[in-house]
Design a protein around this ligand. Sequence first.
Ligand code: MN
Ligand code: MN
Length: 450
Amino acid sequence: MPDRAIKKLDRNEVEAFSKDYKEFMKKAKTVREFVKYAEELAKSYGFKNLDEVSELKPGDKVYKIYRGKTMFLAVIGKKPISEGVNLVVGHIDVPHIDLKPSPLYEKFNLAMFKTHYYGGIKKYQRTAIPLELRGIVVKKDGTKVEVCLGCDPNDPILTIVDIAPHIAKQQRERKATEVIKGEELQAVVGNEPEEGEEKEAVKKRILKLLKEKYGIEEEDFYSAELELVPAREPRDLGIDRSMIAAFGHDDRVCSYAALRAIVDIEGIPEKTAVARLVDREEIGSDGDTGAKAMILENFISHLARKRGESVDLTDVFLNSKGISADVTAGIDPVRASAFDPQNAAKLGYGLVITKYTGHGGKYMAHEARAELVAFFRKLFDENGVPRQSGSLGKVDEGGGGTVCKYLAQRGFDIVDMGVAVLNLHAPLEVVNKADVYAMYKGFKVFFEKA
Ligand code: MN
Ligand code: MN
């Protein structure tokens, strides 16, 4: 039976890993920032851009980035690619608030940004908290401008406004899903007029300031990817400092563990190790950088070719094992009624193996086969990786999905794993430090020994 993770782990190692993770979380709040961070880390560990490598041999380390938003890393194993790879896939997108293509307007002396939320959020949780503006703007001439308003502690913040409780009679009568409606997620960005202007003077001043700071025009918002993310740094949580509170653990925590596990591989693995960082999971894995995209085929076929192999990709996939690295909701004392306590993941009990996801009668789920789950039980127990089993909530209480099924469709023998999270999808999510370290250890053992 599962035991508390911290009892099986070295406390100093747990603390050191947590420290690295918190530093990373400060830097990488968007998908592009994660990819940039991962590329720098990989290079510092001797990984080379696959496009710049003509031949691969066992022990070689390579990476490839697609569209700046999704990435593969691989350590070439002793066995040929045709015998399959060991894959860990995590998503690096996080529920957040995007700016609309034409976001800026002025009313009642206030300049405002219109937004469009991304992913499954409780919209009311996004109001009245400090926000940073992060992302890129691409000008018509192709120049790319990076925006990080809030990265400097002296930067101003933005915030999405809510109504005073005193006059919230109309809002109080709304259903929970409509307390804040989508179009009401608007951020205040200015309140001072441009001198000598009458009409839209506050908006004009904001545009002038944007031009000065970033060299951008109003129309440049059309070709931008700008998002509002909580302006908060990761912090230790609890009087005992056993947890970490931060924006966007789901699923940067698993993706970071996968990234660290692959760069930290010791020796040359038997099978080629692949870490994949995907985008778009929170909105169904669609699109060019999501888990459904054909870039997996592209990456693996390039690996095989440069390894001197001519492979049938369906064989490679069928011979491959995978971990779909994603978080799950942890049970908490106040809302235990939404869970089956006997099957719920608990914070502090280590890496969670989730045999299946989905909702209702297991709809929309991939279910890992019993043989694979048994394989991981043995692998983790033999290598001191604290683990527990988990399932998301009571039957018929709701549910969720991960990227697991898109790999399973291609032939991967794959199962969901990750850590339990409190406040899932809220602007401030909570994980247990020992769980995070257990997960990293588990992924590393999988790469090295499976
Ligand atoms: Mn997730
Ligand atoms: Mn999620």
